[in-house]
Ligand binder design. Sequence first.
Ligand SMILES: Nc1ncnc2c1ncn2[C@@H]1O[C@H](COP(=O)(O)OP(=O)(O)OP(=O)(O)O)[C@@H](O)[C@H]1O
Length: 233
Amino acid sequence: MEFIKFSDVTRTYVSGDSEIKALDNVSFDIQEGKFTVILGPSGSGKSTTLNLLGGMDKVSDGTIRVGDKVITSFNDEELTLYRRNDIGFVFQFYNLIPNLTAYENVDISSRLSKSPISAEKALEAVGLMQRKNNFPSQLSGGELQRVSIARALCKNPKLMLCDEPTGALDSETGRKILTLLYSMSKEYNNTVIVVTHNAAIAPAADRVIKLKDGKLDEIIDNKNPISMGKVVW
Ligand SMILES: Nc1ncnc2c1ncn2[C@@H]1O[C@H](COP(=O)(O)OP(=O)(O)OP(=O)(O)O)[C@@H](O)[C@H]1O
């Protein structure tokens, strides 16, 4: 069975007299443990899709099921618990707390969640145990993103949502981060969703969901995705 079912989802924003359909009747599904890319140009509805999946925004119409949870029927309190326990978030600009060490940034997240893995284990998984006592200002962009992936991973989430995770990185570091996220989806059976406008990543994903002007444009399944290390951009 599919892990995510996004059914006939519309999200309309009202600003002044005008209405913007950020998503217009979009449906797709995603299997468990798959690495999926949501691809599209600026304004196509990618972040809106991710925000809805992460319980940070609510649909105007349609339903979203994640695992056995129909999150579109959740109240605010249920959504808070869902965000806290079920989802690992990775953002373009890391959002680490500057006066906490790498270890403390991860540990604080693991303390908030219901069935965490230890901060040590998560930092080990991203290859950063030797930098655990460094503060964010002492780490490179790639290392900061590794810490933020460890912070997401320590929650032991079934779903990892990544918004332009390589957007602030050079291509070599970006490839390493994508390789890490891809291998995590296989090792931990996490479903990983990466939002990007970078089409070069698409051949390395298991599934690509293309959006255009708020509508579903195309779904591509790669039977044999290329290795993330081979992505060129
Ligand atoms: N809170 C909001 N209020 C009003 N309009 C919004 C809001 N959020 C998004 N939109 C509009 O909805 C459309 C889709 O936005 P969205 O951020 O999902 O696109 P995107 O594909 O992620 O773009 P980008 O790659 O530039 O981040 C855009 O026209 C945007 O201006």
